[in-house]
Design a protein around this ligand. Structure first.
Ligand code: APR
Length: 331
């Protein structure tokens, strides 16, 4: 079942929702305010403020928990969203609100939690952007904690807010479905062209096939050139700006290309950029290793550098205009 099917959207007043925990879009004092903050304090009663006073405030992006008192929800997690000023750090701070609230919910064994549209009121965060952040970070958290069953509710106070949540989740679900379909493609070697394809998606690991020779074509990579190219490819990838997400670079058994395994934190478009840059690095290689001096090549450069440069040049050419939709194996 898709993660997105475990996310619910409820339209209305969050103080009325019967779930284990509701999240408050508070301010750093935690002493109440307007908006959803005011509504939650009014519905929970004065004991909520009494407990909040003992918490000594909360920093933006962080979360603290109290009881729910007169609310139907047993707990309230207070989080402080960023005030939107277009400085560029707001998305990470907003994501941190959802992550820290879910971490706290897991710590307290909470099995259902309702979020308001944090920061989209007084704090002026544009609703669509804030909703994209919320849906992406909640889905990622649920993926990373697949062993912890929790129902997440997005509560929209106005109908149009619910519509924005609906669209954001719908988009993510169809993207997930498309990419799963691509990954489950069987490879029709007769229509295959040289290039880069997604062959598997396992959780957050995407396997790319970098195909340089056509299978069954009888024309395979020269072993020595392939060795040198493999290590130039790996050296560039591990020293690139994408290095955090690089899991593995290795040969295809039938000497027709390479496998590249990346975390899905690297977008499909960036994955194409990484391979294009790696092939250009091999094509232009004159001995300089970017970043660290620990070259992946070892003595493989002696094997067949000229052959490796030639294949690198050809693949850089093939991938020059490669697009995300090209990653899909043709039926
Ligand atoms: N139930 C659900 N959602 C609500 C409710 C409610 N009862 N009341 C308001 N909302 C929605 C708003 O419509 C908005 O979409 O919550 C979202 C967040 O808006 P705010 O409450 O203004 O919160 P935020 O933008 O994060 O600003 C926080 O406002 O209330 C003060 O003390 C709070 O200083 C803090 C600031």
């Amino acid at each position: 079942m898709s993660i997105y099917q475990r996310i619910k959207i409820v339209c209305g007043d969050i103080t009325k929702i019967e779930c284990d925990c509701i999240v408050n879009a508070a301010n750093s004092s935690l002493l109440g305010g307007g908006g959803v903050d005011g509504a939650i304090h009014a519905a929970a009663g004065p004991q909520l403020l009494e407990e909040c006073i003992t918490l000594n405030g909360c920093r933006t992006g962080e979360s603290k928990i109290t009881k729910g008192y007169r609310l139907p929800a047993k707990w309230v997690i207070h989080t402080v969203g960023p005030v939107y000023r277009g400085r560029g750090d707001e998305a990470e701070l907003l994501a941190s609100c959802y992550r820290s609230a879910l971490d706290l919910a897991k710590e307290y064994g909470i099995k259902s939690i309702a979020f308001p549209a944090i920061s989209t009121g007084v704090y002026q965060y544009p609703l669509e952007e804030a909703t994209d952040v919320a849906v992406a970070v909640v889905a990622k958290w649920m993926q990373n904690h697949a062993d912890y069953e929790i129902e997440v509710i997005f509560c929209g106070f106005q109908n149009h807010v619910c519509g924005v949540y609906q669209r954001a989740i719908g988009t993510k679900m169809s993207e997930e479905k498309t990419m799963k379909k691509i990954a489950s493609f069987t490879v029709n070697h007769d229509v295959l062209t040289k290039g880069m394809y997604i062959s598997r998606i396992d959780g957050d690991v995407v396997t790319y096939d970098i195909r340089m020779k056509l299978p069954n074509g009888g024309d395979y990579l020269q072993m020595s050139a392939a060795h040198t190219l493999e290590h130039l490819f790996a050296t560039y990838a591990r020293n690139s700006r994408f290095s955090e997400g690089v899991i593995y670079v290795g040969p295809m058994g039938c000497r027709t290309g390479f496998y590249l395994l990346l975390r899905d934190t690297i977008s499909y478009a960036d994955a194409i950029e990484l391979v294009k840059e790696s092939m250009a690095f091999a094509r232009d290689f004159e001995g300089e290793i970017p970043g660290n001096k620990k070259a992946e090549c070892g003595n493989y450069l002696d094997h067949d550098l000229a052959g490796a440069k030639a294949i690198g040049a050809e693949m850089a050419e093939v991938l020059q205009n490669w697009q995300v939709y090209d990653l899909k194996y043709k039926e």
